[in-house]
Design a protein around this ligand. Sequence first.
Ligand SMILES: [Zn+2]
Length: 180
Amino acid sequence: MAQEMSFPSAGHHLSDPGAVANGYTEFDIMNRFRNKLILYLSKKGHKYITDENSETNTQYQSRIKPIKGDVIIDMHLNAGGPTATGCEVFISNTAGMESKTLAKELVDQLSKSMGITNRGVKTESQSARGKIGVLNKAGTAVLIEFCFITNMTDLKAFFSNEDCLVEIVGNLLIKYDKNK
Ligand SMILES: [Zn+2]
């Protein structure tokens, strides 16, 4: 039976907590955010599958079987020099129109809500990793870098708007899920 739903994921997990700065790990912040997001989706009656903190990205990505019309949103924080700032959203090099328009709506709304720089939509080849596996599954797929964990001003903007950011991501995830 096909799984027809959405796939929000915290990206990092216990054995790969991601970037560390300002007393936080990416995992700490994105785990909490993902948990708020899935609570929001549950309240809206929206079906989802999410990543377990005990599983690696490879395990998660081979467990999920998205189909066309499903939505994948992988969530991260950026890292850079102390003045690097802003929100950006990545898509596959071969992204379809749905992924492109979802990414644009996300980066516009998230950066505006936090009042930080809109760094725009970027393709995976413009990322540090070059290739991002989760963006190349079937379905609509984006990877959000909400803000820079290395920039305290960005982090404050993220934390003080967190519930609003949950609603933005949750509402767009539901809007773009064509199999709901
Ligand atoms: Zn990350």
